[in-house]
Ligand binder design. Structure first.
Ligand SMILES: Cc1ncc(C[n+]2csc(CCOP(=O)(O)OP(=O)(O)O)c2C)c(N)n1
Ligand code: SF4
Length: 296
């Protein structure tokens, strides 16, 4: 077992001073410590963005994938070895825009992966363009007259599309965020935590003050299994913003229902007929050669 102290990689973050990404980074590291996970038993899959740059600041098994493609990579890892805990660290542009299609289908199957979204309502790394969660009318260099579309509501989307754990946190309240990230890591099934993360450099609308004036925490009386109530909370017309676990149910995961995995993780399974495997690989390498020649 690798000592968890290695989570504190000596390389310092390059995020702008005051960026909400620091709060998410601190919360994730603390939550991993609370879980006391053996570092060999989990992998973090990153998208591309300021959020994805976290790959350089946490020492763990990790995969820095493509913009919008963290979730399918995470699902692939989980299918190959479902004994691993698989966590995705992504941005709102990444997860709700370019990767939105992957999000829908991962949720439908209740794939056992955990998704932490840095929702700063802009494309941070590419210098502040409008993203899928930017508010209607938001002005940026990509929508100088104000964005025409209305924003994606990631929480109602998750509740209606089959996620079995849906929560929201705020990067400015790290103590609360640690409890939420820990709850995400404990959950079995598709878990999504949308973190309101101020981008202090490019988003001058959704600031720490903006959120502090609107957020409220769900209390212990909130029934996590009440789907209708959860939906009404996330579409509050009074523009109050809920924090906490909004919806959580237990149901079989994708991996629980895949009969091949009942014989153990794929990476440990013995290939019964190696020659079939070799034929398949040979066929693929022929196809690859042909497409190479066609492209050339
Ligand atoms: C396939 C692909 N499409 C687009 C890009 C360009 N790109 C890099 S980061 C980024 C936006 C990042 O925004 P977001 O996902 O919200 O993350 P943030 O930087 O705000 O954390 C884009 C469009 C890319 N690198 N790869
Ligand atoms: S550009 Fe925004 S999201 Fe990116 S590091 Fe700076 S403050 Fe954070």
């Amino acid at each position: 077992m690798i000592d968890n102290v290695n989570l504190y990689q000596p390389r310092s973050p390059t995020w702008c001073p005051g960026c909400g990404d620091y709060g998410i980074w601190a919360s994730l590291k603390n939550a991993i410590k609370i879980m006391n996970w053996d570092l060999d038993k989990f992998v973090i899959v990153y998208g591309v963005g300021c959020s994805g740059n976290m790959t350089d600041f946490i020492m763990s098994h990790g995969f820095h994938s493509l913009h919008g493609r963290a979730l399918p990579n995470a699902e692939g890892i989980k299918i190959a070895n479902h004994m691993l805990n698989v966590v995705c660290v992504v941005g709102d542009g990444d997860c709700y825009g370019e990767g939105g299609n992957h999000l829908l289908h991962a949720m439908r199957g209740n794939s056992d992966i955990k998704v932490l979204v840095h929702d700063n309502r802009v494309y941070g790394l590419t210098t502040g363009q409008t993203s899928p969660t930017s508010p209607h009318g938001y002005k940026s260099k990509s929508t100088p007259l104000g964005v025409i579309e209305y924003p994606v509501n990631p929480l109602s989307l998750a509740i209606t599309q089959g996620a079995s754990f849906v929560a929201q946190g705020f990067a400015g309240d790290i103590t609360h965020l640690i409890t939420l990230v820990t709850a995400v890591l404990k959950h079995r099934g598709f878990a999504i935590l949308n973190v309101l993360q101020p981008c202090v450099t490019f988003n001058k609308v959704n600031t720490y003050t903006f959120y502090r004036e609107r957020i409220y925490k769900l209390d212990d009386k909130h029934d996590l299994r009440d789907r209708e109530k959860a939906l009404s909370i996330v579409s509050d017309p009074g523009h109050k913003i809920p924090l906490g676990i909004i919806y959580q149910v237990e149901r079989p995961t994708y991996q629980d229902q895949e009969i091949v995995l009942q014989q153990g993780p794929l990476v440990k399974q013995i290939i019964k007929n190696p020659s079939e495997h070799a034929d398949l690989l040979a066929e693929f390498s022929e196809v690859e050669k042909e497409s190479y020649h066609m492209a050339g």
